[in-house]
Design a binder for this molecule. Structure first.
Ligand code: NAP
Length: 330
């Protein structure tokens, strides 16, 4: 196949481009090249999607498959569709589990209600810039891709992505923390489910979907595991002389610990939003998404953490000092 990856220099889109090259496809990556290099064997076409003429170098080109990871810009999505959809055999748009209107209910699937699409232009380019707009821009983007490509459109909605080159510091917080040993604060959340997808498993499936021209919308996520079980297994696989110290959710909240992500947070902890990490994984599994074991995903995340450096300033998680303060509450 002749495939165009819109991205290819970082994390998911780079993993997709790498797998496409490994399978012998002809791979072009359209990006600025600011986030990194494209994988060996792929060709970089320099495109800046903030430039309205950015796709000019690709005008009139035909591709068997286009894979777009535009994080949160409807303008980017519209411009890519205008330039390329008419001559594309298959189109993947990577969306997100953040499209759903309610993160409470467990076991939701793609029939669940989504947010109102946000059609106005915003300057935000990452969820951190404008968390409230992220899911709504994804909904608007999905709609446009479905309108333009119909049955040739494939829309995976990943939940938390982890593993090789993950830059978000979320899932990886846990193996990194347990690897460092000692007393580790964990949320005492016996009722909470948890879910993630390894980046290489997701990339494999995206490539399968392109090859097979799979159409439709899917929650792209792995099996549901109770959070305490998941944390215990990560500790078992990555930990060294580790003692887990569960802290009540109320104590964590009082101490200003944030759920999910960001500074002073406990990743994977989503009080009040359990449904976010409990989507039905079966439709994607039936359509071919395969998952490595939690042990292997943990080892991949730890390897990534070690390569990034455990003492770096993190985007998500607790610092040693913050954890020490919290341990006094146990
Ligand atoms: N991380 C998660 O857990 C998670 C969960 C659910 C959904 N998702 C979705 O998964 C997708 C992939 O995210 P990611 O973290 O792998 O990558 P990303 O940060 O979205 O970046 C992907 C690519 O965008 C390119 N890019 C950025 N600015 C550009 C510009 N102005 N012009 C052209 N290209 C530009 C980057 O290349 P250059 O910088 O080199 O130009 C990079 O190759 C996104 O759609 C995200 O919303 C992620």
């Amino acid at each position: 196949m002749r495939v165009l990856v819109l991205g290819g220099t970082k994390f998911l889109s780079k993993a997709v481009a790498t797998e496409l090259v490994r399978r012998g496809h002809d791979v072009l990556c359209a990006a600025r090249g600011a986030s990194g290099e494209v994988p060996a064997g792929a060709k970089l076409i320099r495109v800046d999607r903030n430039d309205p003429e950015g796709f000019a170098p690709l005008a009139g080109e035909h591709f068997d498959s286009v894979i777009d990871v535009a994080t949160m810009s409807l303008t980017w999505v519209n411009e890519a569709l205008e330039a390329l959809a008419a001559n594309a055999g298959h189109w993947t748009f990577v969306s997100s589990i953040s499209v759903y209107a309610d993160h409470g209910p467990l076991g939701q699937d793609t029939s669940a209600k989504t947010l109102e699409p946000l059609l106005e232009t915003t300057d935000a380019r990452t969820p951190a810039d404008n968390p409230a707009a992220y899911g709504r821009i994804k909904v608007a983007s999905e709609n446009r891709v479905l309108e333009a490509l119909g049955e040739r459109a494939f829309i995976p909605r990943p939940g938390l992505i982890t593993g090789h080159e993950d830059w978000s510091d979320r899932f990886g917080y846990w193996p990194a923390r347990f690897y460092q040993g000692g007393r580790a604060v964990v949320p005492d959340s016996p009722e909470q489910p948890a879910q993630y997808v390894d980046v290489l498993d997701l990339a494999n499936w995206l490539v399968d979907a392109s090859e097979q021209r799979l159409g439709g919308v899917f929650d792209a996520i792995g099996p549901i595991t109770p959070l305490p079980e998941m944390i215990a297994e990560i500790a078992e696989v990555a930990g060294q002389d580790i003692e887990l110290v569960p802290l009540a959710e109320a104590k964590l909240a009082e101490a200003g610990v944030n759920p999910w992500a960001g500074a002073r947070s406990l990743p994977l902890w989503v009080p009040g939003n359990h449904g976010m990490l409990a989507h039905d994984p079966k439709p994607a599994a039936d359509a071919g998404l395969r998952h490595r074991s939690l042990g292997d995903a943990t080892r991949a995340a730890l390897e990534n953490e070690l390569s990034l450096g455990l003492e770096r300033e993190r985007r998500s998680g607790l610092t040693h000092e913050e954890e020490a303060e919290l341990l006094l509450l146990s």
